[in-house]
Design a protein around this ligand. Sequence first.
Ligand code: ZN
Length: 212
Amino acid sequence: MKNVIFLAPPAAGKGTFSELLIQKYGYQHISSGELLRDEALKNKELAKELENGQLISDEVVMKLVVDKLHSSFSNSNFILDGIPRTFNQVHLLEQYIQLDQFVVIYIHVDKSVLLKRVLGRRVCPNCEKNYNVSFEKFRPEVENVCDVCSSSLIKRTDDTEEAFLKRYQTYIERIKPILEYYQNKGILYTISNNSEDQTEALRKLVDVIHDN
Ligand SMILES: [Zn+2]
């Protein structure tokens, strides 16, 4: 088994994919978002930058990632979630890792499906349970009420069509050269995750892990 780099547009279902590798194969999960949030607890300046929605420099992100890789005592495989985000990070990362110990998995979902997911997202502001009103399976029992704590559900302010399309476009433009790069290295696998039932996509993920 190799280490995994997960690349996917927003709302593609990366969380479920990661969860499977963690539960079934004991992968360790490293996400730039989590690392930044943890670091922000100790670093006021970074906390402020995150709060203002500023883009954090590649060097800062990669330093956190590399520190994490080095501080990891166990020999288990790991998942890089949302890393590398930029082409610059691709090169920075290669100073610390050996690419032949990795597979890159790109989760492909059609834009229209992603939009439907994003527009249906609701969250409980009290217990943070997530729902999705676009899909029967993920709706609350009572409309707009949390199953767990009965609070009224809310929609995140950036879960609008306009904000999503902007995020999506930015993501696709940024990820394209990265995917081409890994394709040329022969380590890119694309898994389609358009269906609401993710069984088939997860089976493909397991195949990729076993084949490598
Ligand atoms: Zn709740």
